[in-house]
Design a protein around this ligand. Structure first.
Ligand code: PRP
Ligand code: URA
Length: 209
């Protein structure tokens, strides 16, 4: 079974309300998605291994901990995952960024792949896959199918809003992958949009509708 971690910190809940609001314009939407992603990065990296080093404070020599050279890869699913990259990079500046381009065909609702570019040493990296919406789950399942074929060290999925259907699809296809989500909403509507959701994440980020 996937571990589903709901990140319901008050700051995340507060910002998610304004992300959902239809009256929030693209500029503010982008800023809020970035801020929530940064807050999520804090929890997603909770299990990073530490090593002890020796340093000199102004007062004395002491032992203290730093993150032990873990190689991370941030992989947004295009387009909407791009909105989450900068927030993650703020906390994880040494991470490399790969891209997987998928869109959901509006008629079949099946994901169509159109682009991918990953760090050369992907096999040594722990990947954090970003997509603000997990609706039917088709896009995330396909992206993770593709990434598993590249043999990374590990994969986690980070999403802002999930439908129960998307969580179920991920658990069926990829029970080994942990999912970090700010909220699990009620359901999908007849067009497979998440209810209440936030609408079309890509369009709201980039102002394309
Ligand atoms: C959105 C979203 C996910 C996908 C979720 O992308 O960013 O990738 O839909 O739906 P699913 O779980 O049913 O697959 P979209 O296909 O609209 O492409 P875009 O990001 O380029 O707008
Ligand atoms: N993709 C989106 O951007 N929003 C949804 O609600 C579902 C899929």
């Amino acid at each position: 079974m996937s571990r589903v971690v709901i990140l319901d910190h008050p700051l995340i809940k507060h910002k998610l309300t304004f992300i959902r609001d239809r009256n929030t314009g693209s500029k503010e939407f982008r800023e809020l998605v970035k801020e929530v992603s940064m807050l999520m990065a804090y929890e997603v990296t909770r299990d990073l291994p530490l090593v002890e080093i020796e340093i000199d404070t102004p007062v004395t020599r002491t032992k203290s901990k730093i993150i032990s050279g873990k190689k991370l890869g941030i992989v947004p699913i295009l387009r909407a995952g791009l909105g989450m990259v900068d927030g993650m990079l703020n906390l994880l500046p040494a991470a490399k960024v790969g891209h997987v381009g998928l869109y959901r065909d509006p008629n079949t609702l099946k994901p169509v792949e159109y682009y991918s570019k990953l760090p050369q040493d992907v096999e040594e990296r722990d990947l954090i896959v970003l997509d603000p919406m997990l609706a039917t789950g088709g896009s995330a399942v396909a992206a993770i199918d593709f990434l598993k074929g590249k043999n990374p060290n590990s994969i986690k999925l980070v999403t802002l809003i999930a439908a129960p259907e998307g969580i179920d699809a991920m658990e069926r296809a990829h029970p080994d992958i942990d999912i970090y989500v700010a909220n699990i909403d009620e359901r999908l509507d007849d067009d497979a949009y998440i209810v209440p959701g936030l609408g079309d994440a890509g369009d709201r980020l980039f102002g394309t509708k």
